[in-house]
Design a binder for this molecule. Structure first.
Ligand code: HEM
Length: 478
């Protein structure tokens, strides 16, 4: 890849415009959801302006967002400005709108705080240390959650001849997340009932609906646009059930809440943060990331499966089990996990406000952004930048193997930071960055210890992907 020095690049005005007030934003919203679709929306504008940086309105627009105007970034070079908290502010930037704090007990939770706000460091530090102290639980707890997942999948597969992965994956992900952070097993509570995933799917939907379309028949587009994208869905409808789950966390996750109190945080604020941490960050992340992994590995075909099975079984045999050390030795498995996160980043949208007047650049030019402007990155384009990645649209399982391959990791951004960086209290990178990569690898390990190969049917969800197993061949040789 040619790495341009920004000083040699011409300074250009950012192309694109916002159209008429109100109507421009509505037009962009209709194009985004109904006339073009997400990828096409960005692709047509990138081609029209011959630039990976341009201006447009971002959904949802009126009346959800006060200001829908953004500067869009679509390449690997400009994208990381969104991670530089010395240059951008990440306060309340879920999107151009913010879900009501009534979904989280009236509090702004860690994920919505900017590192300049003192509470961000307290909560992020708490979450980082909570994860560190549970390090030894990761592999055994996840492996036992996966055992149940595979039993359920096989049952469904043998009775129906195919098995829809997402539902079982959701159940597994929720149980894993809840168990990881509770002091004792919440299995006798509402937290591990089927109601939990149904409720939290709805709770996530209510907060993220302005970014979604349900793919309904065209005739219903207008109605959908009003209901999902124009006014917020009422949090009051969920309050009663939310409180039931909150109570269980309050009772079962005492040690984290005690620690939060010792850091000067009110117990109820800590507990609402914990609910968000477990049910939005962790469950929401896993339910998006893992089906995408299975989909891409499934579609990659038998040859990749053969190589993965061989690597996994050889290393597990020589290391005497599935350990951190064993996982480190599986270079292809590691690479496949990263490749899935590259080709389909689970959180596709990143937003931030410029803290000051900035000059950013892409491969070809520099551009000025004014203080206060909203910067928006659509990550799937940045991590498929053809000037960084060869065959960017292709799932290349061994892309990150070896010294040369690993050099590309600095362009993998799924965690809201570069894969070669680490989450800290001063940045907004996912504190579970290493855990998520571990979970992806162990998913592959457990799969290929049981099966030789498989096929999947892929589908889409309003935010994410579906994978349905259409064949699963059990291990024939070890
Ligand atoms: C499994 C897939 C996961 C994905 C794809 C994911 C992705 C992300 C991303 C993209 C962000 C940054 C959001 C933004 O500011 O734009 C983030 C933040 C965060 N994630 Fe994750 N995450 C995952 C799992 C987890 C898990 C398992 C946990 C906790 C156990 C977690 C806890 C958090 C927290 C607390 C933040 C806020 C960080 C901050 O405010 O500095 N995530 N995650």
């Amino acid at each position: 890849m040619s790495s341009p020095s920004s000083s040699n690049l011409p300074l250009k005005a950012i192309p694109g415009d916002y159209g008429l007030p109100f109507f421009g934003a509505i037009k962009d919203r209709l194009d985004y959801f109904y006339n073009e679709g997400t990828d096409e929306f960005f692709r047509t504008r990138m081609q029209k302006y011959q630039s990976t940086i341009f201006r447009c309105n971002m959904v949802p627009g009126p009346f959800m967002a006060q200001n829908p105007k953004v500067v869009v970034l679509l390449d690997a070079v400009s994208f990381p400005v969104l991670f530089d908290t010395s240059k951008v502010e990440k306060k309340d930037v879920v999107a151009t709108y913010m879900p009501s704090t009534n979904f989280t007990g009236g509090y702004r939770v860690c994920a919505h705080l900017d590192p300049s706000e003192p509470k961000h460091a307290i909560f992020k530090g708490l979450f980082l240390s909570t994860l560190a102290t549970r390090h030894d639980k990761f592999i055994p707890l996840y492996r036992s959650s996966l055992s149940q997942l595979f039993i359920d999948l096989e049952d469904e597969f043998s009775s129906k001849g195919k098995a829809y992965f997402n539902d079982y994956c959701n159940k597994m992900s929720f149980n894993f997340s809840a168990n990881l952070f509770c002091d004792r097993n919440p299995s006798s509570t509402i937290l591990t009932s089927d109601k939990a995933t149904k409720f939290f799917d709805l709770w996530l939907f209510f907060q993220l609906a302005p970014l979604m379309t349900l793919g309904l028949p065209k005739i219903l587009n207008f109605l959908e646009d009003i209901v999902l994208h124009t006014f917020p869905l009422p949090s009051l409808l969920l309050k009663c059930d939310y409180n039931k789950f909150y109570k269980v966390f309050n009772e079962y996750a005492k040690s984290i809440l005690d620690e939060a109190e010792s850091l000067g945080i009110k117990r109820d604020e800590a507990c609402h943060n914990l609910v968000f941490f477990v049910c939005f960050n962790s469950y929401g992340g896993m339910k998006t990331a893992l089906p995408a992994l299975i989909k891409w590995v499934g579609l990659a075909g038998e040859e990749l499966h053969r190589r993965l099975a061989e690597e996994i079984r050889t290393v597990v045999r020589s290391e005497g089990g599935v350990t951190f050390a064993a996982l480190e030795k599986m270079s292809l498995t590691k690479s496949v996990a990263w490749e899935a996160l590259r080709i389909e980043p689970p959180v596709a949208f990143q937003y931030a406000h410029a803290k000051e007047d900035l000059v950013i650049h892409n491969h070809d030019a520099s551009f000025e952004i004014k203080k206060g402007e909203m910067i928006f990155g659509y990550q799937p384009f940045a991590t498929k930048d053809p000037r960084v990645f060869e065959r960017p649209e292709e799932f290349v399982g061994d892309r990150f193997v070896g010294e040369e391959g690993e050099k590309l990791l600095k362009y993998v951004y799924w965690s809201n930071g570069r894969e070669i960086d680490d989450p800290t209290v001063g940045n907004k990178q996912c504190p579970a960055k290493n855990l998520v990569v571990l979970l992806s690898r162990v998913m592959l390990v457990e799969f290929f210890l049981r099966y030789d190969t498989f096929t999947v049917e892929a589908g889409t969800l309003p935010l994410g992907t579906t994978a349905t197993f259409t064949s699963m061949s059990k291990v024939t040789s070890s």
